[in-house]
Every structure is written in C-alpha cells, then in structure tokens.
Design a protein around this ligand. Structure first.
Ligand SMILES: CSCCC(=O)C(=O)COP(=O)(O)O
Ligand SMILES: [Mg+2]
Length: 226
C-alpha cells in the first residue's frame, strides 16, 4: 500500500520549458556577477571551494566561474552549481521576475493526496532551496505546506538506486510503500531497483516505454493512489 509519494520536478510537476527557458538562462546571465558580488559570503566561498575541488584546480574565483559556466552548458547537476542557481533564483522569485510553474493537475492532485493523508516529498537535481522557492511561488499559491521533505543530489544522483534507499530510510518507510513520479526512465529504473513503485510521466505525445513503469499523461491518471 502506498503511503508516500516522491516526485521529480522538471517534466513531472513542472514544465521542461520553465526550467530550461526561464530558470536556467536567468541564473546563467547573473552567475558571474552574483559570485563576484558575494565573494565574502562564507556560503558562496564554500561553494566556490567545492567547485574547485570537483574541477580539480586550486581555489580561484574566475576559474571557478568558468567551471560553473561550463557545467551550465553541459547541464551537469553538480551540487555547488545547483546551490548557487538556487541562491540566484531567490532574487527572481522575490522580484516577481517569474512564478514557479506547476501544472494544474499536479497542484490539484498534490492537494488531494495531502488531504487524503499521503506524505509528499520532492526529489530534484535542483537544490532543496530551489525546490522550496519554486513551490512557494506557484500560480496556485504556496504549495510548500503540502510537502513533508525535500531531497536533492546531496542525497545521491537521481539515477543511483542508493539515493532512493537513502530517501526511504530518511522517510522511515519501506521502499514498496513509496511511489516515485518522474519523466526520466533512468531515474524510474533506479527507484524501481531500490523497490519503489513508479509512474512514468509522459506529458505531450505518447511514447513507447518499458511496461514496468506505467505511463501516465498527467497526475489525474494516477487514480488508484487516492
Ligand atoms: C528546483 S527547479 C530546478 C530544477 C533543476 O535545477 C534541474 O536541474 C532539473 O532537475 P529535475 O531533477 O527536477 O529534473
Ligand atoms: Mg524530470
């Protein structure tokens, strides 16, 4: 019996286009200026040091900026990049430059599932701060009260079964009691290998895929949960 739902964001609760065409360019344009302006912020210094360590070079601000921009270009889900993007998006949400996009069916079903007693969690490559910002600033209001917790790649890569095992331990449920929702089959494979139930979100035209992950066009089609 499903007791908790763990959901991906990009392509699942929210559109690919919002992340790729709104959030990513906003952070890319502001990242060099943000890092230079916050060079004495201990958290930014820590993230730049982590960038240098991951990149294999001695700590140096301009070198770290170049590394971060290279990771953006290849959409590398490096934790210090994702953390800095979240810090930059905070200003975008605060100033009203954009809202957090959430599909209508996702917002409605998340509210229904929460009201029915299911525990809701998020697992995204975006930092926990970025996840909370997105759900706090949606067109359907602040959805953060619906969620019991957030996980990012500091728990582990989304395509690694161990990340889902760690999440199940932290949630305190057997993996089989957790349903994972994602648009990416490799993520669903990892969750399934850890024992999670899965649904494959295929928003837009239907695509052939593995029967082990039932395909659904939206959250309304996940009817048997609640
Ligand atoms: C928290 S919104 C930004 C999502 C993000 O940064 C990203 O890389 C996409 O991650 P997801 O795991 O949600 O596909
Ligand atoms: Mg996704």
């Amino acid at each position: 019996m499903i007791k908790a739902i763990l959901t991906d964001i990009e392509g699942t609760t929210s559109s690919l286009s919002f992340v790729k065409d709104v959030l990513f360019p906003y952070a890319r344009e502001r990242l060099p200026g943000f890092v230079r302006a916050h060079g004495d912020d201990p958290e930014v210094v820590r993230l730049l040091d982590e960038t240098s360590a991951l990149g294999g070079f001695a700590p140096e601000c301009e070198r770290a900026i170049a590394q971060l921009l290279a990771w953006i270009a290849e959409d590398r889900k490096a934790p210090p990049l994702k953390a800095l993007q979240g810090m930059i998006w905070a200003e975008g949400y605060r100033s009203g430059a954009f809202f957090g996009h959430v599909y209508e069916d996702a917002a409605r079903k998340l509210k229904e599932w929460h009201a029915a007693g299911l525990a809701l969690y998020v697992f995204s490559s975006g930092s926990v701060q970025a996840q909370q910002l997105l759900f706090a600033h949606t067109g359907y209001g602040d959805l953060t009260p619906l969620f019991s917790g957030y996980f990012d790649t500091r728990t582990g890569p989304k395509q690694a079964p161990d990340a889902y095992r760690a999440i199940a331990r932290q949630i305190g449920l057997e993996p089989g009691a957790i349903l994972f929702l994602s648009d990416i089959v490799a993520e669903l494979d990892a969750a399934r290998a850890a024992g999670f139930a899965t649904r494959w979100l295929v928003r837009g035209p239907a695509r052939p895929g593995p029967a082990i992950h039932p395909a659904v066009p939206d959250f309304d089609a996940i009817a048997e949960i609640a």
